[in-house]
Design a protein around this ligand. Sequence first.
Ligand code: ZN
Length: 446
Amino acid sequence: MYLWFETALLPAGWAERVTLCIADGRIAEVLPGSDPAPDAERHRVAIPGLGNVHSHGFQRGMAGLSERRGRPDDDFWSWREIMYRFLDRLTPDDIAAITAQAYVEMLETGYTRVGEFHYLHNDVDGGRYADPAETAGAIINAAEQTGIGLTLLPVFYAHSDFGGRLPKPGQRRFLSDIDSFARLVEASRARLPADAVLGVAPHSLRAVTPEELAAVTALTDGPIHIHAAEQVKEVEACEQWSGARPVEWLLHNAGVDARWTLIHATHLNDSETDRLARSGAVAGLCPVTEANLGDGIFPAERYLAAGGRIATGTDSNIQIDAAHELRSIEYSQRLSLRRRAILSPEGASVGETLFDAALTGAGQALGVATGIAPGAPADILSLNMDHPSFAGATAGTFLDRWIFAGRAGAIDCVWRAGQLQVVRGRHRAAEVIANHYHKTLERLLG
Ligand SMILES: [Zn+2]
């Protein structure tokens, strides 16, 4: 199959009149400065699809349900109680229905692969399903229905707090021991679709002992993701337990390197910031969720200046939009530092700088090649140049227009592994999946 674009963002920068030859879901050849072949589909502007490194699909179903003030000190921990009550009743079919809706929204807004940090493993009473991959199957089903690329990250969760504390009743659907988790990983691997990637996710230093962390990360040579330093209370509890802050502890004791993605990594001191940047790991930033939960602001200016790698995640899926995540990284810096255009080198486009960093970082974090380049999956977006957001735009401003000034409709088509999944901003199965989602939520919330 041939796609031809007037303009395309290649690894070396913007190129004109670009033909892409696509075979078996991958980009076989990139030909800048070419005329369209007679059977080529013609489009205006192409950019690569982004990876979303952190999602809890089912949480899409509780978006907007926790925006009422309860206690005067409402924070992450009170939100977590609402989340535990919501997930208490979800069946595997409910998980598939809600997650499919989240994945449609990811594809429609620019994400072509998702890292699903999947922790809802057990039945509603905490008992194990006969098939250890029962709910992982629901995630795979949602990925197959929608066509999104999947990096499945089964979560190991065994404790309620640092020092191997006993789990709480609300956590019974998450729990594994090392043996049952190894079976879950193998059962998940057997079900994965062709270009899916399997990693592991020790949930956090709260939920995993050091011995368990070593055992879990030894189960795969795929990506390793962990929540770290999202909350001040978590940093303080970690210091009490170990004398070290969470990211400091991981850097000292866990062999953090390019296989690792630290999700959030919000609360870093300067030394942690510099050392995390040098480790080669990715910081998985989820600024829309972090704002919603009142987590704090990642020290992005210092971290990027030290050569740190970043990617974005939609995490709680409160609002799914790749441009919104990228914009929020920059805006949180502007609000706290009271300056503008902070995260790009002098004279460079902030949108393009953030997009490039998040594209490369997500590829590393999700275990796949990215970009419009030979050998990479044919995961491509076209921008809708008829949209007012792009009026009078030229190549140097396309990404700033989309990220800072775009609105719904700025994305036209989305190809995932060479398959056209989104046309005129709408996923091919959006209506069917949304109907099922409506029925599921009406029953769950009714
Ligand atoms: Zn998370």
